[in-house]
Design a protein around this ligand. Sequence first.
Ligand code: ZN
Length: 342
Amino acid sequence: MKLSTVWLILRQNDISKKESTACILLNDINTLAQYTFFFETVRNTIVMGNFSSGSRDGFDENQQMHSNWFLRLILGVKQGTSTPMLHGESGVVPPSTLCHQQVMLYYIRLNSLPQGSVLKSVFLDMKRLSDLSSTNNWCSHVLSIGNRYGLELDAFDFNEATKQHVKSVAKEKFISKWLSNINDHSLYPGLRLYKLFKHEFACEPYLQNIKSVQIRKTFTRFRCSSHFLEIERGRYVGKLEHERLCSVCNIVENEFHFVMICPLYSELRNSFISKITSMFPLLLEYSPYEQFLFFMGFNDLDLHCLFSRFIQDATDLRSGVGVAQQTAENERLCAGSSPHRS
Ligand SMILES: [Zn+2]
């Protein structure tokens, strides 16, 4: 489907129709277009919707969930995947932060209007009531948002420097909180691996580098522990960590075991590591675990393509798809060679 057709559909006002359209289109348009779609339609709709409705915090939890749902859909991860990973992989600043930026700047803009206008008079009346501490109104709510970011909103003039400063402060505050969250094991136990290879808030280049949608989503699921290895499956069914065993080796089946140890994938692994060490020969001087973290976190086009292909093939093999394909191939070869043999 052409991107221009996508735009026509997405310009409709019915957001539920947009969502259902998005579900159909996500496998049809590339990652960049998906993000463009997200930025230009759903997210902006949410931000402006909240802004104009004047909700207390500028944003509410349901709409945050709506945004997270969409990110999960784009990335192809399970609905239970933690939000710090959604933001970390996509590099998307959540609509709540954008809404805070907008609402604080609008306050500053109103406060900077010349005296005498109707809008400024209404604003000053509201502000006077807010200052009396007896009324919670729009002004008091926005000022409390400003305080959370350490911004004294009344001190700013409305100009380009102020816009950049407010946006920067809000974004930095979000990134600081994000960094704290990915290292908070008690709050986000599912990030046990993620925090070891993800250190900077930015859209992951592999989302562009890997052209196959299926391989990209499998790779994202693997990075975000949104897969079906026993270490995660066991967590959901309440098994203790030492009980989450590989059916082949009878030891804990985690991502490291899957990538570097399990003999089930030896052939695939040897092929992958042979190619990758020819590109990065120094890797051979490091331990298997350090190599594993390098594969997970290093940004390189060739590494992304080779490693994600390995993850896809090994995942297929584990799920039986690879075995089934191999069996079918063997049967086809046998059938084809029978007349020759006879
Ligand atoms: Zn194993």
